[in-house]
Write a protein that binds this ligand. Structure first.
Ligand code: ATP
Ligand code: MN
Length: 149
């Protein structure tokens, strides 16, 4: 067993921020590389690319930049970590699980909740869907107090 490739699927919520903070700490501790992945649904892609002057390449660049910003905002020792950014299209849980299986991901780190963030629901649907679909271990972060520096 190895812990060489960590992945955080992000929806740019405060829970994703928290997941990145924890994954960056793990990546540094285990000398692992880190992948951030954002999944756009087909309808989101259609809405974005139908705007004038916004071809698919621009959309990818915009989300890569957003992931880079989120990484910078939530990582103390940036230089110590090898990070890369990926954008996928489709059902979020399906795409996250597929990416993890196809890219030798050793552990996923994600939030209990995301952009919707309804605390009354035990776990968000994307997190549940990923756990259902993959054998890759999933670390789920919930509490902000738990990640004090
Ligand atoms: P729901 O979407 O079911 O209404 P929610 O938004 O509160 O509820 P999830 O969407 O399951 O909860 O989010 C949980 C975690 O899943 C997030 O913290 C993030 O790590 C990941 N995630 C959610 N959506 C995406 C996405 N589109 N791309 C990548 N990661 C995602
Ligand atoms: Mn969500």
């Amino acid at each position: 067993m190895e812990l060489k490739h960590l992945m955080v699927p992000t929806d740019f919520s405060k829970f994703s921020d928290l997941a990145i903070r924890y994954a960056s700490f793990l990546a540094k501790s285990f000398n692992a590389r880190l992948t951030l992945l954002h999944v756009l649904t087909v309808s989101e892609v259609n809405a974005l690319t139908s705007q004038p002057g916004n071809p698919w390449e621009n959309v990818v660049e915009e989300f890569n930049n957003r992931m880079y910003e989120e990484f910078l905002d939530n990582t103390i020792d940036k230089e110590a970590i090898t990070v890369n950014f990926e954008v996928a299209v489709g059902d979020p849980a399906e795409e996250i699980a597929k990416f993890a299986e196809n890219n030798d991901v050793d552990m996923l780190v994600m939030g209990t909740h995301g952009r919707t963030g309804l605390a009354s629901i035990f776990l968000g649907s994307v997190t549940v869907g990923v756990i259902k679909r993959t054998c890759v271990p999933v670390t789920v972060v919930k509490c902000f107090e738990a990640l004090k520096e």
